[in-house]
Design a protein around this ligand. Structure first.
Ligand SMILES: Cc1ncc(C[n+]2csc(CCOP(=O)(O)OP(=O)(O)O)c2C)c(N)n1
Length: 327
């Protein structure tokens, strides 16, 4: 095995954290303690997201995505992250970014914007800047299958190719964009094939296999460091609606139930048990620990204050929270 036992178990813990954090969100919504609309859960996609994020080195940047609460919570400070989701003054952007637009330049997670697919050209710009500054970092730009049909994605991959930008385009293909199944949006079977149009490599992996995703992204990051951008597509199935509180599900519920039989966490548990490094008592200890971490983070967020009116309206502070300065 290429990875140490510790690394393998860390992947498992992160996947469990992602799952239980988001299950807690569902519970809190049902209890009326938080509001719906913007919680885009990634239950069912943990292997894709954890596998991708875990491949990054200390100098690498992670592009924006709106669908990775548990994953970001395990990369960032979980309390500060959760406080931001609740719009509190102790959050990463002091309550101004809320759920979808959280960033932390210190942790190399750059800001998202509301225009679907627009993160890709921004990621290329970032990557080119790193290259010009002779910095070692690579940018992993994460987008959904829906976003990969936007014009700006095609422009971004072309620009990355001709500028030899140190960037990886990670397509987190959960089979549906909002309520639009992928088959309505493109005739391409594997979205990684889009790389051929601009002369960059692309690979599609099973997004329910955390180790396959990690290895593919690691290899892509190495290529990117040498100036060869590429696409990695990880296919999985989203178990929940587009966002909690939004209905209008268009998928066959039986398809989703069927997909649950291939639950990425259960699947990885079997891998670790077969290797003899995980057992049932460890599993329950990890679940309990991750639940406590998640509940404590929400308690921290609930107990924090909202930012003051003055602070909310101070544009220079808004700018600072994004890493800039108006002066
Ligand atoms: C240009 C633009 N069009 C539409 C939207 C509304 N919108 C937000 S998320 C989304 C679907 C995204 O699907 P996908 O890229 O597959 O990501 P997923 O939500 O499945 O993770 C849409 C249509 C938007 N934000 N920007």
């Amino acid at each position: 095995m290429k990875y140490s036992n510790e690394q393998l178990l860390t992947l498992y813990e992160r996947m469990v954290l992602s799952r239980v954090y988001e299950e807690l969100v569902i519970e809190l919504l049902a209890m009326g303690k938080i509001q719906g609309g913007a919680w885009h859960l990634a239950i069912g996609q943990e292997a894709a997201q954890v596998g991708c994020l875990s491949a990054l080195g200390p100098n690498d940047y992670f592009g924006p995505t709106h669908r990775c609460h548990g994953v970001l919570a395990s990369k960032l400070d979980i309390n500060k992250y959760t406080a931001e989701c609740l719009c509190k003054g102790t959050g990463y952007q002091r309550g101004k970014a809320a759920i979808v637009h959280i960033s932390s330049m210190e942790d190399k997670v750059f800001p998202a914007n509301g225009i679907l697919g627009a993160g890709a050209p921004i990621a290329v710009g970032f990557a080119v800047a790193l290259k010009r500054q002779k910095k070692d970092g690579v940018v992993v730009s994460v987008i959904g299958d829906g976003a990969s049909n936007e014009g700006n994605f095609y422009e971004a991959i072309n620009l990355a190719a001709i500028m030899e930008a140190p960037v990886v385009f990670f397509i987190d293909n959960n089979g549906i964009g909002f309520t639009n199944p992928i088959s309505n949006a493109t005739r391409v079977q594997d979205l990684s094939a889009k790389g051929a149009a601009v002369g960059i490599p692309g690979i599609t992996v099973d997004g329910n296999d955390v180790l396959a995703v990690r290895e593919a992204v690691e290899a892509a990051i190495e290529r990117a460091r040498e100036g060869q951008p590429s696409i990695v597509e990880a296919k999985s199935v989203r178990f929940r609606p587009h966002a909690e509180g939004l209905s209008a599900e268009t998928r066959d519920p039986e398809m989703v139930e069927e997909a649950k039989k291939n639950d990425p966490i259960k699947r990885y548990e079997k891998v670790l048990k077969d290797l003899g490094i995980l057992n049932d008592s460890m599993i329950s200890e990890i679940y309990d620990r991750m639940k406590k971490l998640s509940m404590d983070a929400f308690e921290y967020g609930f107990a924090s204050n909202y930012p003051s009116k003055e602070e909310t309206c101070d544009l220079s502070l808004v700018y600072k929270t994004l890493g800039g300065d108006l002066a």
